[in-house]
Design a protein around this ligand. Structure first.
Ligand code: SF4
Length: 383
């Protein structure tokens, strides 16, 4: 659950909690490839100024980034809203290329991606920056700052993919902050990863323009998209974004053949109205009833430390509404031990994949089907 938006934040909060709490690594018996803040890395590593992938010159030496709907425009030396791009001599450059601040071996379930190789691990990475500004971001210390404020590593796309191979993982994921903010690095690393037989997952808030999205889809296998809420007001006031853009991304992904899961972090009193949650679920079900929907529990963080955690009953009600609206696979995350983490056959109600936190305890899916009634369970390499 990533915003980057901060937020990914919501999702990020979720992710970060997992990393910091060690919820999956220890439980899954996995060794971390690197720590999130490598002690050996220098605090100040000069940026590699790599030309941005989508930009255009505007009058007077100014430049405009075309990667996301923010369409940042800046003059010489100006830094963009996501804090990762700069105008140097009338060209737009990214400052996060080859400068990840996170590298971690994580369960795919953490993203969350529950229908993608259950129980498998991925090398997850991120750089500083985000193109949204969610007030509840739980990764704000890396997502709401530029690369000059994080402790970075010197890791080219090639070297990053090499780390995945060293650790014996089959997936590379871009998460924690927002891949849109480090788009160029993610794109090149994904391309190399695919050439070397790895699969690629993108964890994003989906706040991206159509052309960059199209290019990203070409070299990715799965997407986990944070849909932050059901109202434009929430997107605008809490996240600094635009709801319709994210729905457009979801429509594009749902029609692309790429695997898609969606996640919403429910913040008490802000995006928890039944009518809105019902509408959100209905719209998603209209895209495809088989898209897994994850509801995440909010924990007080960043600028919303005064709010309580999401009540369990609110999450359970959201799940109930989503099923009533036709979604077949609805999950509750950030509630370790809750049965809402399990995958249940929509046809015969048999529990197929049992999870505790992000650890898969038992997977009974056989050849992509329920072993009891043969109902086909959608996903990638489910079992
Ligand atoms: S990706 Fe960053 S630099 Fe580009 S338009 Fe969006 S916020 Fe601005």
């Amino acid at each position: 659950m990533k915003s980057i938006q901060q937020c990914g934040c919501s999702r990020r909060a979720f992710l970060r909690g997992c990393v910091v709490g060690g919820l999956g690594l220890a439980a899954a018996g996995v060794s971390a490839a690197e720590t999130r803040r490598p002690a050996a890395a220098p605090r100040k590593l000069a940026p590699v100024f790599h030309e941005a992938a989508f930009w255009e010159p505007v009058a007077g030496g100014r430049v405009r980034c075309l990667t996301c709907p923010n369409m940042c425009e800046c003059g010489e030396g100006g830094i963009t809203r996501c804090r990762t791009r700069v105008n140097r001599g009338g060209k737009l450059y990214t400052m996060t290329y080859s400068r990840p601040c996170v590298i971690y071996v994580d369960a795919l379930e953490k993203n969350p991606l529950y229908h993608v190789a259950p129980g498998s691990n991925a090398l997850a990475t991120a750089t500083a920056g985000c193109n949204l500004t969610c007030t509840y971001c739980q990764n704000w210390d890396i997502a709401q700052v530029g690369p000059d404020k994080t402790r970075n590593m010197d890791l080219s796309p090639d070297a990053l993919v090499g780390k995945a191979a060293e650790r014996g993982v089959k997936w590379l994921t871009f998460s924690y902050t927002e891949p849109v903010a480090y788009y160029e690095y993610a794109l090149d690393a994904a391309r190399i990863a695919r050439q070397q037989g790895l699969k690629v997952a993108v964890v994003t808030a989906g706040y991206i323009n159509p052309k960059p999205l199209e290019k990203l889809m070409e070299i990715s296998d799965a997407f986990s998209v944070t849909l932050k809420g059901y109202s434009q007001e929430f997107y605008q006031n809490v996240c600094g974004g635009n709801l319709e853009t994210v729905w457009q991304t979801l429509r594009t992904l749902a029609g692309s053949g790429k695997w898609l899961e969606v996640v919403t972090l429910i913040v008490p009193g802000m995006n928890d109205e039944e009518q809105g949650l019902r509408k959100l679920a209905r719209m998603l079900a209209q895209l495809n009833r088989d898209i897994p929907m994850h509801y995440l529990r909010f924990s007080p963080a960043y600028k919303l430390k005064h709010l309580p955690q999401t009540p369990v009953k609110t999450l359970e009600r959201a799940s109930q509404l989503a099923r009533q609206e036709g979604l077949r696979y609805v999950y509750l995350s950030n509630l370790p031990g809750h049965s809402g983490a399990h995958t249940v056959c929509p046809s015969c109600s048999r529990t197929l994949i049992e999870r505790v936190g992000f650890k898969v305890l038992r997977n009974q899916v056989k050849n992509g089907c329920c072993p009891a009634c043969r109902f086909a369970i959608p996903g990638i390499n489910l079992g």
